[in-house]
Design a protein around this ligand. Structure first.
Ligand SMILES: [Zn+2]
Length: 388
């Protein structure tokens, strides 16, 4: 019991420290008194945490600034370029890179085409390392200030050991990918599941700022989810929590690629939706389906309405299980065809169990295609604040 209490205290202390650092980053320069006002923490706690941040060299005191008649306060500031991190997003066809400065701003972004399933893990590691080296050289980054590389990978990821356990998108099994990069660049590298870093990005810098318990649902070529509670990414026992796409909707339903029947993704992922559409009319892509619906073609409207219903049911399940205060909808389906969002909200009005109806907000991603790069870079930044 004692151990749990101790752990909770440590978590709260760390969150308060991260929160104060984020406030200083956003509103710099700022005084201790203003931080106390914003955080509602005691002046003693604020003083102690600020002291720690100064000692670590993350925050510095600047000149006195007058804050009213005859009163002067010492202001707190950061050096925005004190340290840098890299965020990397390995997708099916594109690898995205971002350089983040200490303030949280992305200094530089880059995209490199690749074909995930054709490349070996070694070749992908070489491509990423070369690209990072080129960025370091072109942007004249001081290598001693680069504190780490964060990589978001689709699949089941052993975050602690840096291993890609299974990724159907990449076709990899048991690959110590973080070590591959570290061996080449000699920079600390961490990897994590793409949706887990995505929710971190939205929580810290995107649409879920201010939310305490946030769930994210990814809807597109695959279906997945993640959860963040008071700043902690919920990982489950093997960092696999959130494999929403393979929750069973109907034991006699459609066959799924995983070998089971009736998985949720066989109803709402892109290929399932297109499969359904093609029973009626040749439909090459989602754009054609949404165009047909816009054109008042009943069959297309019906498919989109049914998809919205299933997504509404999924939101109900998540809300009943975790009681989040916000649900972020993201992925190609909602980002490319935002007209589906009001339909989903309408369905939620029907299918979400009454006691939960007004307990959460439905949000869309603010960082969109940048979210994995941002979250991966923040993952390293947070670890640094935590451990330094
Ligand atoms: Zn399945």
């Amino acid at each position: 019991m004692k151990k749990i209490e101790k752990h909770d205290q440590d978590v709260i202390r760390l969150h308060n420290k991260q929160m104060i650092l984020e406030i200083i980053k956003k509103r710099r320069p700022i005084s201790r008194a203003e931080i106390t006002k914003i955080t509602k923490l005691s002046p003693t706690s604020v003083g102690r945490i600020v002291g720690e941040l100064c000692e670590q060299g993350l925050v510095r005191e600047t000149a006195l600034t007058s804050v009213g008649v005859g009163r002067k306060a010492i202001m707190l500031d950061i050096d925005p370029q004190a340290v840098f991190t890299f965020g990397v997003d390995i997708g099916k066809k594109v690898i995205k890179f971002g350089v983040m400065e200490f303030s949280g701003k992305l200094l530089h972004e880059e995209r490199v085409e690749h074909t995930a399933l054709k490349a070996t893990p070694e070749a992908t590691a070489a491509l990423i390392s070369e690209t990072i080296n080129v960025i370091i050289a072109n942007k004249k980054l001081d290598k001693s200030r680069i504190i780490g590389i964060g990589i978001g990978v689709p699949g089941v990821i052993d975050h602690d050991r840096g291993i890609v356990q299974y990724s159907s998108t990449l076709g990899w099994r048991n690959i110590p990918f973080a070590q591959f990069i570290q061996d080449k660049l000699h920079i600390l590298t961490v990897i994590d599941n793409d949706l887990k870093v995505k929710i971190l990005a939205e929580y810290l810098l995107g649409s879920a700022q201010g939310s305490r318990k946030t769930a994210l649902i990814e809807l597109g070529t695959g279906v997945g989810s993640s959860l963040i509670i008071d700043g902690d990414i919920f990982r489950g026992g093997s960092n696999s929590a959130g494999e929403l796409g393979h929750t069973t909707l109907d034991p006699n339903g459609n066959m799924c690629e995983c070998g089971k029947r009736g998985c949720l993704q066989t109803y709402i992922d892109e290929s399932a939706i297109l499969h359904e559409a093609n029973r009626i009319k040749e439909t090459a892509d989602m754009q054609q389906l949404f165009a047909a619906a816009q054109n008042e073609e009943n069959w297309a409207q019906d498919i989109i309405s049914r998809t919205s219903l299933y997504i509404g049911i999924t939101i109900n399940n998540i809300v009943c299980m975790y009681n989040p205060d916000a649900v972020i909808l993201c992925g190609d389906l909602v980002e490319n065809y935002s007209e589906i969002v009001p339909l989903i909200e309408e369905q939620c009005g029907q299918v979400v169990w009454e006691p939960f109806r007004d307990t959460f907000k439905i949000l869309t991603s603010e960082l969109k295609s940048k979210s994995i790069v941002v979250g991966a870079a923040m993952l390293v930044m947070n670890n640094y604040v935590d451990k330094s």
